[in-house]
Design a protein around this ligand. Structure first.
Ligand code: NAD
Length: 505
């Protein structure tokens, strides 16, 4: 499929409207260009939403919510099932657009759309399982239980690196919960947001529920800020950097709004002396180089036991030499460009700091200007465990290799950062694995054994601790964040016994 076919199939025009309020509306903000990082070419333009346009989107979300919540949850699930089917039909085109707009390789672009389909399936099942608990009341002839009600319009702020999947984690789950959605995508990836909204529009058109999936494209500091301050939006789910999370979290706290914060990671793998080294090296390479190191779960720190450090370092360097870099749409390529030239600059800056802190570059470190301005070699740097740069998440294929003496030291190094998203251990020892998974081990939201840090399945609750924000999205019971809980006690007797045995008149 060439670019024009992809755009035509997804309804992308040369200049696109940046807001959907139950239908595409005229927008009045500034122009935004979507640029293909692999070629530097403009794919298409968007007229951003301004404040008045956002107002229409928000008002529509509120109005649609009043009616959407009246549908029984399984009926809402039926609409989400149709969205999942529509995504199946558009998987090839949408996967290609993800690749064209943010630069991940095509199998990963299509994998991202598959993740949306999986979430749709999960949400459909969930639409018949929004269970509340029943408790034993301490009072005779009383019944006590909790039930879950729709919450309202949910604001979803997404990052560039998973431009469509993160929307689905939030919006499709929220939809079966009875909520409507306002999506503010990253300015790096507006076209994938328009394409997804065209897909949901086709499913919802003519049903009266077009306003369940809404969109407002604009920068974080205008449209994003309006949404975060909007009291009609009871929950904002924001995915992105810790810097963004400090701002969004603070603004939401000022109005006591609810937040799901999915922020930066600083993920680590511990490789023990009893590990299957081959497995560890393969997993670490995928985790550090996949998506050009631009996953929130990408491997940043490989913490290796001293007895196997040299062997691991040698094998990592030789595996990196086999990574094919180039056009992310081409077959056989494992790594494409970074999202833009600024990301390359940020990686080079981090590399300079690492070197000034005693880092030794084992492989990589060079720009690949022949391929384009956003290409750079995946890089491994040997660092001492106390280097300050290890505290920072550099959103690029930059991996630090750190030597430690023991499991305890490895865990201390791993946990000694502000972020707490994903972690893993490679070991064939049951004791090591269990210690790593125990309360004495990893402090992260995700802790794996003999699997890398990235590539989570949707069935689990996804998110991280500490300054990663504490939010959970996708599987397990994450749906509860999109609903309000009500605890109910019913007295079906003739007396009025009080809790805790209190006597009162
Ligand atoms: P970013 O923080 O630059 O932007 C993310 C989104 O926040 C964008 O839509 C942006 O416009 C918006 N935003 C920025 N400031 C805002 C404000 N003041 N108010 C409202 N919205 C605002 O992040 P990015 O570069 O797009 O993505 C990379 C980052 O996202 C990395 O740090 C990565 O680890 C993180 N991430 C985390 C997860 C997770 O689940 N924990 C998943 C994906 C990405």
């Amino acid at each position: 499929m060439d670019t024009q076919q992809v755009l035509a199939e997804l309804g992308i025009e040369e200049i696109n409207r940046g807001a959907y309020a139950g239908g595409w509306i005229e927008t009045h903000g500034s122009e935004l260009q979507s640029i293909n990082p692999a070629t530097g070419e403009v794919i298409a333009s968007i007229t951003r939403a301004n404040g008045d346009d956002y107002e229409k989107v928000a008002a529509n979300s509120v109005e649609t919510f009043e009616r959407w919540r009246m549908l029984p949850a399984p009926k809402r699930g039926e609409y989400v099932r149709l969205v999942g089917n529509a995504l199946r039909e558009k998987k090839t085109a949408l996967g290609a657009l993800v690749t064209m707009e943010m630069g991940k390789i095509l199998p990963e672009g299509e994998g991202e759309v598959q993740e949306m389909i999986d979430i749709a399936d999960f949400a459909v099942g969930l639409s018949r399982q929004l269970y509340g608990l029943t408790m034993a009341s301490e009072r005779p002839l009383h019944r006590m239980y909790e039930q879950w009600h729709p919450l309202g319009p949910v604001g979803t702020i997404t990052s560039f690196n998973f431009p469509t999947a993160v929307w689905s984690w939030n919006s499709l789950i929220a939809a079966v919960c009875g909520d409507t959605n306002i999506w503010k995508p990253s300015s790096e990836t507006p076209l994938t947001a328009i394409a997804v909204t065209n897909i949901t529009h086709e499913v919802m058109a003519g049903t009266g529920f077009e306003g369940v999936f809404n969109l407002a494209i604009g920068s974080g500091s205008d449209v994003g800020d309006l949404m975060v301050k909007d009291r009609r939006v009871p929950l904002v789910s924001a995915t992105g950097s810790c810097d963004m999370g400090y701002k969004v979290g603070t603004e939401l706290a000022k109005r006591l709004g609810r937040a799901i914060l999915e922020l930066g990671g600083n993920n680590a793998i511990i490789v023990m002396d009893d590990a299957d080294i081959e497995l560890a090296v393969r997993a670490a390479t995928f985790a550090a180089v996949g998506t050009a190191g631009q996953r929130c779960t990408s491997l940043r720190r490989m913490i290796v036991h001293k007895d196997v450090f040299d062997e691991v370092a040698k094998r990592m360097v030789s595996t990196y030499a086999q990574v094919t870099i180039g056009d992310p749409l081409a077959a056989g390529i494992l790594m494409g460009p970074l999202v833009n030239e600024t990301a390359v600059y940020n990686m080079l800056t981090a590399l300079d700091i690492a070197k000034s802190e005693g880092g030794e570059v084992l492989t990589g470190g060079n720009r690949l200007e022949d391929l384009g301005p956003a290409y750079i070699e995946p890089t491994i740097v040997k660092m001492s465990k106390d280097a300050p740069i290890l505290q920072e998440e550099t959103f690029a294929p930059l991996l630090y290799l750190i030597e430690v003496d023991s499991l305890e030291e490895g865990i201390a190094v791993q946990n000694g950062v502000r972020q707490g998203l994903s972690s893993a251990i490679f070991t064939d020892s049951l004791k090591n694995a269990e210690k790593f998974l125990s309360h004495l081990g990893s402090d992260c939201g995700i802790a794996n054994v003999n699997i890398g840090t990235s590539g989570a399945e949707i069935g689990g609750a996804f998110g991280g601790e500490k300054e990663t924000g504490g939010g959970r999205e996708a599987g397990s019971d994450s749906w509860k964040a999109y609903m309000r809980r009500q605890t109910t006690t019913i007295n079906w007797g003739d007396d009025l016994p009080l809790a805790q045995g209190v006597e009162f008149v």
